[in-house]
Design a protein around this ligand. Structure first.
Ligand code: NFS
Length: 642
């Protein structure tokens, strides 16, 4: 990989400061830590203490573990464990949301309300819960309880399986892939991959598919839905992104992690007149809130709170010297933050009962007293303002539009009374839009920050591919100014026409990483609308995670493939050691479930494969004939306008 650490000038500016001050960050640590090639490629088995067995010998004996496990068994096992861990993370988040919803319904968490009753009723209908003549609290209690129970569902099918196209549901049944509760599937994955149990690569990988589906159509989808019920399904709003959103003369509180429960309260607390007054008394002009990672996405798309950046910005934000408190909950939080915080005045505050960091201040969050807790935390930040030393905030921010829930996309395309995906399907069928690409996932210091995301996105837009984004990729696109309607200039003529008519940016921010479940919902809606096949695998669509690093990213890739999507992952393949496992994930899964996962470390190749795949799907649908470019008169435009 090139020597360039990032294509983001704000990151480069902060990195030179970190270097000058001798502050270690992930960007510098990565140079001193060579990945172990055996583990990186999936050839190391440490599931028992006869080993660890490193299956890197030249002959068959050298590729066989002490128990006799073959390279493909070991590689498949390792991948299945990655998927199980990723599914656990997303789904445990979903479980917390269910518990919060029940507490709110029972009047035990008075800081929260049920904000989106329309969504509550829609979810209740999908769950078969009656809504007529019932209070929102009663409905919410039933929805929350049913959701909570579904995590441990031992048999039968998860209720959201019924949201998938019929053909997909039948396919899952035929191959025994229909998921039960995610707890059940994760435990079975760990059991099957322990010493001496499941020893057939394809069979192990089937369990990985099922486990991922339990998250994609279960834990993750519930996390999205329950969050929308509590805090409102997102609607587009404008905000800003990058480190320049930190303010020199205000108290800066940065929320980082994944769960919206605390951060939503911190948003409220930071606007509390009493606290604002308190901040002013301490010499600050006000209280400024910003986010990092997916917590940023949650409060960005619902509250318009600025994002200070994506995954690799977390340490750099502290290096500015302007962060008075960084408040973290769970997932994607560097332990390195504690050391960086020691070089500045920043208070690092852990809040989740599940996550402590040595050296950080722990203020355990309890949703029953959420607002009081949030106020206490903000007060700590205010008290810390006067301890600031030298401050250096890089002067970079970009405007962005975020908050495209699937409900809003439907509304945006069809209008309030005829909300529909029809105009999108038509645009794809007519060839004005070639297809849809979801660019998602993380940053990874092994590659130049944001480069994969931005370079792939640019080319896809020019080729009339509508881009939807989540997670840290979405923040990346936002930082580089791609999420504003003006960016339609970067789009090919057909895509630009559609964006102009609807008034949308060519790149849609769909939310946080758990909100990749929204992509499944959008794809199912496209199928239901008609004209683009009768299964998700028929739709010209591709998922791409150019800079992934997390287990969650692999789990998402797996559930998208299991749902019929083609997924291209950048970087190094965690199954590289086994040609057979690599084949199963690609051809094998394509044959079985219509979707596949491939690891391709060259960004141009990712673009080429994406476009080739979209054409292949269009051809199969009989819509790959170049349509004459249709000129839109006013009447036609009106048809498209919301
Ligand atoms: Ni997703 Fe979000 Fe970011 Fe990657 Fe981490 S914050 S859950 S895992 S790094 S996109």
């Amino acid at each position: 990989m090139g020597n360039k650490k990032s294509i983001d000038p704000a990151a480069l500016e902060m990195l030179s400061i970190a270097e000058a001050k001798g502050i270690s960050t992930a960007f510098s640590r990565v140079d001193n830590m060579k990945p172990c090639p055996i583990g990186a490629d999936g050839a190391c088995c440490k599931n028992c203490s006869m080993g660890p067995c490193r299956l890197v010998g030249k002959d068959e004996a050298g590729k066989t573990g002490i128990c006799g496990a073959t390279l493909e068994t070991v590689t498949a096992r390792n991948l299945a464990r990655i998927v199980a861990a990723g599914a656990s993370a997303h789904s445990d988040h979903g479980r917390d949301m269910a518990q919060t919803l029940i507490a709110v319904a029972n009047g035990e968490a008075r800081s929260y309300q049920i904000k989106d009753v329309a969504k509550l009723k829609a979810v209740a209908r999908d769950m078969g819960i009656p809504t007529e003549g019932r209070s929102k609290e009663d409905i919410a209690r039933d929805v929350g309880t049913k959701a909570l129970m579904s995590f441990g569902q031992q048999s039968g099918e998860l209720v959201y399986v019924s949201r998938a196209p019929k053909k997909r549901q039948e396919l899952w049944r035929r191959f025994g892939l229909t998921p039960r509760g995610v707890d059940r599937e994760v435990v079975e994955s760990l059991h099957r991959t322990s010493i001496g149990v499941d020893q057939d690569a394809e069979h192990i990988l089937d369990q990985a598919l099922r486990t991922s589906l339990a998250s994609g159509w279960g834990g993750s989808m519930l996390a999205t839905d329950l969050t929308d019920i509590l805090f409102g399904a997102p609607k587009p709003l404008t905000a800003q992104a990058n480190l320049g959103v930190l303010k020199k003369d205000e108290v800066n509180v940065v929320v980082h992690g994944h769960e919206p429960t605390l951060s939503e309260m911190i948003v409220a607390a930071s606007q509390d007149p009493e606290l604002v007054e308190y901040a002013k008394n301490k010499g600050a002009k006000g209280i400024n809130l910003a986010g990092i990672c997916c917590t940023a996405n949650e409060v960005l798309m619902r509250q318009g709170v600025a994002s200070a950046g994506n995954f690799l910005h977390q340490e750099l934000a502290i290096v500015t010297g302007a962060v008075d408190a960084m408040v973290v909950d769970v997932q994607c939080i560097f332990q390195g933050l504690a050391k960086v915080a020691q070089t500045q005045h920043t208070k690092l505050i852990t809040t989740s009962p599940k996550a402590k960091i040595t050296g950080a201040t722990h203020m355990q969050f309890d949703e029953h007293h959420a607002y009081e807790m949030a106020k206490e935390i903000v007060k700590v930040a205010i008290d810390n303002f006067q301890n600031r030393g030298e401050v250096h905030i890089p002067d970079y921010t970009s405007d962005l539009v975020a908050g495209f829930s699937h409900e809003y996309i439907e509304y945006m395309l069809g209008g309030r009374y005829r909300a529909s995906f029809r105009p999108l399907n038509d645009a794809i069928m007519q060839g004005r839009i070639l297809g849809v690409a979801g660019i998602v996932g993380c940053n990874n210091p092994r590659v130049t920050q944001d480069e994969g995301t931005i370079s792939i996105m640019r080319q896809l837009l020019a080729n009339n591919v509508l881009v939807v984004m989540t997670g840290c990729s979405a923040i990346g696109a936002g930082k580089h100014g791609f999420m504003v309607p003006e960016m339609m200039e970067q789009a090919g003529a057909g895509l630009r026409e559609v964006c102009e008519a609807v008034g949308m940016p060519p790149v849609l921010h769909l939310g946080s990483c758990v909100d990749n479940s929204r992509i499944l919902t959008v794809l199912s809606a496209i199928v239901k609308e008609g004209g683009l096949g009768d299964d998700i695998s028929d739709v010209p669509a591709v998922g791409i995670a150019p800079e992934w690093m997390s287990e969650k990213a692999i789990e998402i890739a797996t559930y998208v493939a299991a749902s019929g999507g083609y997924v291209l992952m950048g970087g190094r393949s965690p199954v590289k050691a086994s040609a057979e496992v690599t084949r199963i994930l690609s051809e094998g899964w394509e044959k079985k479930v219509g979707g596949k996962v491939e690891f391709v470390d060259d960004y141009q190749e990712i673009v080429d494969k994406t476009i080739e795949h979209l054409h292949k799907k269009r051809k199969a649908l009989g819509i790959d004939v170049a349509k004459e470019r249709e000129l839109f008169d006013m009447e036609k435009r009106r048809e498209l306008v919301v």
